[in-house]
Design a protein around this ligand. Structure first.
Ligand code: CUA
Length: 359
């Protein structure tokens, strides 16, 4: 890759007439590559496809660099020939005005421009097929974590069937080491329309299709937070269907799982708030262990305050935001399917006081 661009720069530098044209053009080509190098150094939360941190994303990244290099080569050759022809055969002052010699047919040239592109296409198709096969048919080690992700308008239901954990919008997984692999295998379903699970630094996109089960996997190589989003238009709030993947060390993941499995204790001081929850329509859509709420239309609230965001990333999760969200969810997420509950301020305060104890 590097050699290719070094050569492009060098050949662009030779030849004064050509050089004037080619240098700015050659400089344009490596822009994504330079962006990639800059992004690798920057550990910000940007969902950058050029900064993979997980096995399938890495193979896709390598493949895309290869395809990009081949295409950049074709681009450079074609553009070089066009520029060469335009400069070399441009109109001159001493032109005699006659037509140049007309040449028809050349077997060697025709064979060359048929076979070379054919070979390029075959190579690109085979390398792509190999990566697709590597990613889709990856063997599943026994140490893999199973997660079911269900797309809803407009949030993600996340279930760990073997751990008995249910959460939303924020996927927690362990980091994977080469000696001690811990990939996460995701089963993707949809509760309503088509969505698409996309965390660019961890894997490619996979759609969540109604009445169909799709599979994908991630194998993050370092801990941290990785951002993603729904990548398939799924209605009004598609843009606010954000994903957060927290990659933990094995110990931190075990701690998180233990906290999620623990039953939330009811502090007597907030019993009135729980009663508000149980008396209103909240229970039709939300499950909250220890209450009569068992709906699955909205996120499970059992450990609500263990999450960093509300409304699938629409706003950060704080008592003030939670109160404003319950009061009027559509001010943060217009078109949201959660209705404004029209609670009295006193009921709202009690409800929020109760909900903030759900750690
Ligand atoms: Cu879900 Cu777009």
């Amino acid at each position: 890759m590097k050699c290719f661009f070094e050569q492009a720069h060098r050949s662009a530098g030779s030849g004064a007439a050509l050089g004037r044209w080619l240098v700015p053009i050659a400089l344009l080509i490596p822009v994504p590559i330079r962006a990639a190098a800059a992004a690798t150094a920057d550990s910000s939360l940007s969902p950058n496809i050029f900064a993979p941190e997980s096995a399938p994303a890495l193979s896709i990244h390598h493949l895309s660099l290869f395809v990009l290099a081949v295409c950049a080569g074709i681009f450079a050759v074609v553009l070089g020939l066009i520029v060469y022809a335009a400069v070399r055969f441009r109109r001159r002052a001493d032109d005699d005005g006659k037509e140049p010699p007309q040449i028809y047919g050349s077997n060697p040239v025709e064979v060359a421009w048929t076979t070379v592109p054919l070979l390029i296409v075959v190579v690109l198709a085979l390398t792509t097929a190999r990566v697709v096969q590597q990613v889709q048919d990856a063997p599943r080690p026994p140490s893999a974590l199973d997660v079911v992700v269900i797309g809803h308008q407009w949030w993600w239901e996340i279930r760990y069937p073997k751990l008995g954990i249910v959460t939303a919008n924020e996927l927690h997984v362990p980091v994977s080491f080469p000696q001690k692999r811990a990939p996460t295998f995701l089963e993707l379903r949809s509760a309503d329309v088509a969505h698409s699970f996309w965390v660019p630094r961890l894997a490619g996109k996979t759609d969540l299709i109604p009445n169909r089960v799709n599979q994908m996997w991630i194998e993050p190589s370092r801990t941290g937070l990785f951002l993603g989003q729904c990548a398939e238009y799924c209605g009004t709030e598609h843009a606010k269907m954000l994903l957060r993947v927290y990659v933990h060390s094995p110990e931190d993941f075990a701690r998180w799982a233990a906290e999620q499995k623990a039953a939330s204790a009811l502090a007597p001081a907030v019993a009135a708030g729980r009663l508000v929850f149980e008396r209103t329509a909240c229970i039709n859509c939300h499950t909250l262990n220890g209450t009569i709420g068992s709906g699955r239309f909205g996120p499970d609230l059992t450990h609500l305050m263990s999450r960093d965001t509300l409304g699938a990333g629409a706003l950060s999760n704080s008592p003030e935001n939670l109160r404003a969200w319950i009061d009027r969810p559509d001010q943060f997420k217009p078109g949201v399917l959660m209705p404004a509950m029209s609670l009295t301020p006193a009921d709202l305060d009690q409800l929020v006081n109760y909900l903030v104890t759900l750690k």
